[in-house]
Design a protein around this ligand. Structure first.
Ligand code: URA
Ligand code: SF4
Length: 216
């Protein structure tokens, strides 16, 4: 990819972000301090998708900056990833009052933003954090959602917005605070499954020939 194309993608992401900042398409806009569009490079190979901003995220306008975010950083490291290299966002971009679950009409109002982010970034791997991200992404990928206990840590291949992509769902990091057995499952998903996919992605990058290789 040349730098102009990368710049164009950054610009398109910025445009989506600006639209989110003034969005009033669902009732959640009334409660927000700051919308949380998501962050990371427009050329990220890996996208993490959570549920919705919580209190700290709402105050800072950034995804996963509270306690769940700390755990996510630790988990990403287990998989050989670094926060600065991935794109992190949520299914809904504004915080639901008292951290209640997002409602179906809020998810559908907000979904065009996530779809456009995926279309611009064209990730090779989408990691769904929790059942809201899982059920939403599986639907976009025309896969059947069978519940997190059955589907976590399995690798699916499909297309989302015309982008060929691998998809893995795992439990929401916040749920690890309440249940030790869930924490063990998440750690295993990150270490064994996501870690392996990341390694494959890195090896693919190294092995790929560029035009220069054919120009001697
Ligand atoms: N939980 C989420 O689902 N998303 C965040 O950004 C923070 C906590
Ligand atoms: Fe708009 Fe999404 Fe915020 Fe609702 S949650 S106001 S649809 S940006």
């Amino acid at each position: 990819m040349n730098s102009t194309e990368a710049d164009n993608r950054e610009e398109e992401l910025k445009e989506i972000e600006e639209e989110i900042k003034s969005c009033k398409k669902c009732v959640l806009h009334k409660y927000r301090t700051n919308p949380v569009p998501g962050e990371g490079p427009a050329t990220a190979k890996v996208m993490f998708i959570g549920e919705a901003p919580g209190r700290n995220e709402d105050l800072q306008g950034r995804p996963f900056v509270g306690r769940a975010g700390e755990l996510l950083d630790y988990l990403m490291n287990l998989a050989g990833l670094d926060r600065s290299k991935v794109f992190i966002t949520n299914v809904v971009k504004c915080r639901p009052p008292n951290n209640r679950d997002p409602r179906p009409e809020e998810i559908s109002a907000c979904l065009p933003y996530l779809r456009r982010q995926i279309a611009v970034i064209k990730p090779k791997l989408i990691v769904c954090l929790g059942r809201f991200a899982g059920s939403t992404i599986f639907k976009l990928a025309r896969l059947k959602w069978n519940g997190m206990y059955r589907l976590h840590g399995r690798v699916f291949e499909s297309t989302v917005e015309g982008v060929p992509v691998k998809i893995v769902a795992t439990f929401h990091p916040a749920s690890a605070f309440y249940r030790k057995e869930v924490r063990d499952l998440i750690e295993r998903d990150f270490k064994e499954v996501i870690g392996r996919l990341v390694k494959e992605l890195n090896e693919g990058e190294k092995g790929r020939k560029t035009l220069l290789d054919f120009m001697d």
